[in-house]
Design a protein around this ligand. Sequence first.
Ligand code: CA
Length: 230
Amino acid sequence: MAAEKILLIEDEKNIYELLRYNLQKEGYELLWAQDGQVGLDLFAREKPDLILLDLMLPGIDGLEVCKQIRAKTGYAVPIIILTARGDEVDKVVGLEMGADDYITKPFSNREVLARVKAALRRKDVFQAQDVLKRGFLELKPDEFQAYYHQEELTLTTKEFALLYYLCKNPGKVVTREEALQEIWGYDYYGDTRTVDVHIRKIRYKLEQINSQDMPVETVRGVGYRWRNKR
Ligand code: CA
């Protein structure tokens, strides 16, 4: 099997050199773009398996790059954003624009590897890349779009993945541990409240469109279930 390809879009050369050494040692191939436009070009040409994206870039900034990649390819490629400590707003905006995860600088080698492995794993959840229809919900992972009662539903990448996973298994109870494993992939964090927080946000967004009928059910002490069997 060919090495998995990671595209780093980052203007700081020392970060590139550090990541190149550490990622190559683990068997990944690392491509480097020093600005947003080169990053978009390399992305189109090389079709990487994952993107590490700095937000503070010369020219087109990281958030715009993230938006353009999602607009072009939907949900297919995982994106991890690199942010400076304290940029809370950028993190939130990045996740809303379709990033999978973020890493705060300065980061450890171990942290990067763990996040990269987790993000590459989540690709498996979407292997089929098919449109999923359940009741009044429609999920299109290819375009990273969701509709509920025919209205557009704006989800973060993790919310999208979680909802997709529930719908993929209608009527089945998904435990918090299972959701963490499948969507986040990092069991070493082990904080199941993360799942509850995301479910709460998903429900809130569904209710904003239609408050009559809540298809995401809580199964007390166990987990969550998509109610509609169809
Ligand atoms: Ca930078």
